[in-house]
Design a protein around this ligand. Structure first.
Ligand code: UDP
Length: 508
């Protein structure tokens, strides 16, 4: 391996401006750099992103990684994905950043020295393919999701494309041709609404076109986890070039790396997280495997009444928990008015805005994770050998739930059936929304009893829970082995490097 006489590689990375996409992309950069010494080559990385997103990327200790800034002119291009307020905004977000950054990024790439060897781009930035073609380097896509989700969605979209899929999103759907029987209770659980309404169709076509032309695909997963779904995905990608290099969070070996990630690496995040020590000290006092960690990702979009029900369910479980809540005035008001923190203080901890998730998950006191099933969170739970209680919200999260609950048997579903389409609560809309909520009468889909029962199934005694815990631990061992010397993910990243070295040699 790495036998070519090219000894220097320069990877250019385009992350999507969203925590769940930028964090793993940064880890891919670090993992690539870490391979340089063992392969006796040098690897340089340039990450192209906006100032706002760059503030979430912690690159100290990695002098080989540089950030080149893309300067937004349109208001929406200044934002990161978690600052959007509705899914409808995502389309204008994607088109604005394409419009704003295409030529800037091209000039930057043309001026880079040494010349880039390859571009690795988030799949949501398909226009970067043109940059790769222009400068004559391979373009590799990164979707941030699992092989399973990718394969299931390909089958679903093929069914729709061939006209064999009914467009009634309230109907159930079975996905054929896979190793396991995969059925969703409603089509609404799949990320296809935008497609059916036509809104996202053009954008998805661009993504599809880019995927077809991609030199290969990097996936944050490991082969032992997704078996036949990796094989399926390879059939779809040119030259079988699918490199599973996960869990990419395994590049975080030290306390500080685990503590300062994403928002937690900004000044604001660190101020918020002054309680890192407090959280860890609190965990130190708990019994092993006794605490449930509850976090619904970086976007968080449940309605306040549903969040309150979650809080009440946690309280009634009588088990220790850490609950991460995002800024929402109405929820904060409830927490204060109901004296919630005081009521649960002997067993529970509420963390506001951003938690040091990796640190928490790797603590001996944590015994389970109530997660929204964002793929990063799922993999982080798997790496920590933890069983999950799943509460998918939208996007690929119902697919990830299906994988961990029905295929891998390491999770219990809390019972969420319908996707939540709003991204976050907007302060100025609070009043209006409150009125709407009263008028419409919010349907509480997951009751506090569901939460309590789910927690009991995950954290309690009994053969079923023990078996699930055992499986979760086994996957945890596999996840860690994937990045040991000779492990599958380490091998895959070296194969990727080797491949790019050969390409670089051909083109020089
Ligand atoms: N995260 C964190 N602290 C938080 C919330 C999220 O460290 O309070 C991290 C989490 O560890 C994960 C990422 O943010 O790496 C969220 O990505 P995921 O795919 O799970 O969900 P998303 O936020 O994209 O929906």
């Amino acid at each position: 391996m790495a036998s070519s006489n090219v000894h220097h590689l320069h990877f250019v990375l385009f992350p999507l401006m969203a925590q769940g996409h930028s964090i793993p992309m940064l880890y891919i950069a670090k993992l690539l750099v870490n391979q340089a010494a063992p392969l006796s080559i040098t690897i340089q990385i340039t990450i192209l992103t906006t100032p706002q997103n760059a503030s979430h990327l912690q690159i100290s200790h990695y002098p080989q990684i540089h950030i080149a800034l893309l300067h937004p002119s349109l208001p929406i291009s200044h934002k990161t994905f978690d600052q959007l307020t509705s899914l409808n905004q995502s389309l204008s977000f994607f088109s604005s950043i394409a419009h704003d950054f295409h030529s800037q990024a091209l000039s930057l790439c043309q001026s880079l020295s040494p010349k880039p060897s390859c571009i690795i781009s988030d799949i949501c930035l398909p226009w970067t393919l043109h940059i790769a073609s222009h400068i004559g380097v391979p373009w590799i896509s990164f979707s941030g999701g699992s092989c399973f989700a990718n394969v299931v969605m390909t089958n679903v979209m093929t069914a729709f494309g061939s006209g064999s899929g009914s467009e009634n999103i309230d109907e159930s759907i079975e996905v054929f041709g896979l190793e396991h029987r995969i059925e969703f209770t409603t089509k609404a659980q799949l990320p296809i609404q935008g497609v059916l309404s036509g809104g996202m169709m053009k954008f998805l076509e661009q993504i599809g076109e880019a995927e077809k032309k991609a030199y290969g695909m990097i996936v944050n997963s490991f082969e032992e986890l997704e078996g036949s779904y990796v094989t399926h995905l390879k059939k779809k990608v040119r030259g079988n070039r699918v490199w599973c290099v996960g869990p990419v969070s395994s590049c975080n070996k030290h306390y500080v790396d685990k503590a300062q990630r994403g928002k937690g690496s900004t000044k604001e995040g660190q101020d918020n997280n002054n309680n890192n020590d407090k959280v860890m000290k609190w965990l130190d006092l708990q019994d092993p495997n006794s605490v449930l960690y509850v976090c619904l990702g970086s976007l968080h979009n449940l309605k306040t009444p549903q969040l309150i029900e979650l809080g009440l369910g946690l309280e009634s479980s009588k088990r220790p928990f850490i609950w991460v809540v995002r800024a929402s005035n109405k929820l904060q008001k409830w927490i204060e008015e109901e004296n919630f923190e005081e009521r649960i203080k002997t067993r529970g901890l509420v963390i506001r805005d951003w938690a040091p998730q990796l640190l928490i998950l790797s603590h001996f006191a944590i015994g389970g994770f109530l997660t929204h099933c964002g793929w990063n969170s799922v993999l982080e739970a798997i790496s920590a050998g933890l069983p999950m209680l799943t509460w998918p919200l939208f996007s690929d999260q119902f697919l990830n739930e299906k994988l961990v609950a029905d295929v891998l048997d390491i999770a219990v579903k809390v019972g969420a059936k319908n996707p939540v389409m709003k991204m976050k609560e907007e302060e100025q809309e609070d009043q209006k929304e409150e009125e709407e909520e009263e008028e419409e009468g919010i349907i509480i889909e997951v009751k506090k009893e569901d939460v309590r029962e789910g927690i009991e199934r995950v954290m309690g005694k009994g053969d079923e829970a023990e078996e699930r815990r055992k499986k979760a631990r086994e996957f945890g061992v596999m996840a860690n082995n994937a990045w040991e010397e000779g492990g599958s993910s380490q091998l895959n990243i070296r194969l990727l490097i080797d491949d790019i070295m050969k390409q670089t040699k051909i083109s020089t």
